[in-house]
Design a protein around this ligand. Sequence first.
Ligand SMILES: NC(=O)c1ccc[n+]([C@@H]2O[C@H](COP(=O)([O-])OP(=O)(O)OC[C@H]3O[C@@H](n4cnc5c(N)ncnc54)[C@H](OP(=O)(O)O)[C@@H]3O)[C@@H](O)[C@H]2O)c1
Length: 215
Amino acid sequence: MSRFTVIGGTGYAGSAIVTEAAARGHQVTALSRSLPDAPIPNVTYVQGDATDEATLSSVIEGADVAVAVLAPRGPLAGPFRDVYRTIARLADTEGVRLFVVGGASSLRPSPGADRFVTDLSQVPEELRDGILTDAAVIIEDLPATPATLDWVYVSPARGFGAHAPGERLGRYRLGDDVSVAPEDGGAISAADYALGFVDLIEKGEHHREQVNLSH
Ligand SMILES: NC(=O)c1ccc[n+]([C@@H]2O[C@H](COP(=O)([O-])OP(=O)(O)OC[C@H]3O[C@@H](n4cnc5c(N)ncnc54)[C@H](OP(=O)(O)O)[C@@H]3O)[C@@H](O)[C@H]2O)c1
């Protein structure tokens, strides 16, 4: 049993990770600004704002693993990278392993190729800033952290999201920074992404690297 703190644990990806971790008997704390309508049994919900360092500190201190699963939208669009840098600094200070739910656009189509994010011409303009912000966390910010911080950036393969919740198949495919999304489309469900995500945490085989999960 490990102590998980899930920052953004009531959202689409976060609640699936909270559900999976709690079902495996981990001790889970979820931070969000509002409390969920349907709380998951045995989960401790903390109401607070991740832009407040004292709030972050209170939920990261004493944890074994911190999961960062905020989205660079709305009021967080501007401070997102600063919030993630603060989470990383606090996790490093406390010796807490950090797992970041990332975006698909920072993946590569093939080994050594440019990341998808280098060409957003096919992406609607209103989505581009969020994608770039998300990608900067893995391209710039996490690699710049002290070597003592144990982080893993877990991208879902393309297609993942609340618009395509899918069903739990009980399986997933794991890749490095090269997308393992099948050519025929589709998307990994939140439940299967969470299955792979908690497996990554439990196995502890990846350190300071990007991986991706697909169906
Ligand atoms: N295809 C893709 O690449 C893809 C698709 C989807 C998601 N993702 C990744 O997954 C991550 C999360 O996305 P999501 O769709 O799960 O987001 P979401 O459903 O909007 O969830 C965001 C979570 O963060 C909480 N939150 C927002 N602002 C907060 C604040 N200031 N302080 C504390 N908690 C706050 C929300 O609860 P409150 O609003 O109550 O605070 C909620 O729990 C994103 O970083 C994104 O990169 C990737």
